[in-house]
Design a protein. Structure first.
Length: 169
């Protein structure tokens, strides 16, 4: 989805990673959880912190700070898990993302959103839908469906299939 396709006011859930404020379309968010016990899964990417049990379902938990090349998320009273639906190639995967804190639900009009900056060719910015502006601050609007590549989602899905198989025995 390009910036030109955002033609009406959209609601976004904003959250902090470090000092930066990010946002995702609320339609992608299932729920927000307090951090619970996360079970580490061997031989998964570093940014995959492990899995949680969400009402009997195995849900992978990602550390977006690690995915974005930041230091790992430090657990505080405000740390939470945002459970989202990621869609790629017609397949939907439910996953959790660690956030330092959830801020608020924002209504952003199309004129409050600018195109993502082009920062050379080394930095991937295709997962940034745009830059929201509110009260003199920038909010990085993420396209959650583009943050993880197909290979990473396959590893995550494979891990979930194995975990579900173990829990059935």
């Amino acid at each position: 989805m390009s910036i030109s396709s955002i033609t009406e006011s959209t609601q976004y859930l904003s959250f902090k990673l470090g000092e930066e404020i990010f946002a995702v379309d609320v339609a992608k968010v299932r729920e927000i959880l307090d951090v619970t016990a996360i079970t580490k899964v061997p031989q998964t990417p570093d940014f995959m912190r492990g899995v949680i049990n969400l009402r009997g379902s195995v849900v992978p938990v990602m550390d977006m700070r690690l995915k974005f090349g930041m230091p790992p998320t430090e657990r505080t009273v405000n740390t939470c898990i945002i459970v989202m639906e990621v869609t790629q190639d017609g397949e939907t995967t439910v996953l959790g993302s660690l956030a330092d804190s959830v801020q608020e639900v924002l209504d952003l009009e199309p004129d409050q959103i600018e195109a993502a900056p082009r920062i050379g060719t080394r930095l991937r910015s295709d997962f940034i839908k745009g830059m929201g502006k509110q009260n003199e601050r920038f909010i990085i609007i993420l396209d959650i469906d583009r943050i993880f590549n197909a290979g990473e989602l396959e590893v995550i899905a494979g891990t979930m299939t194995e975990m579900d198989g173990e829990s059935d025995q």
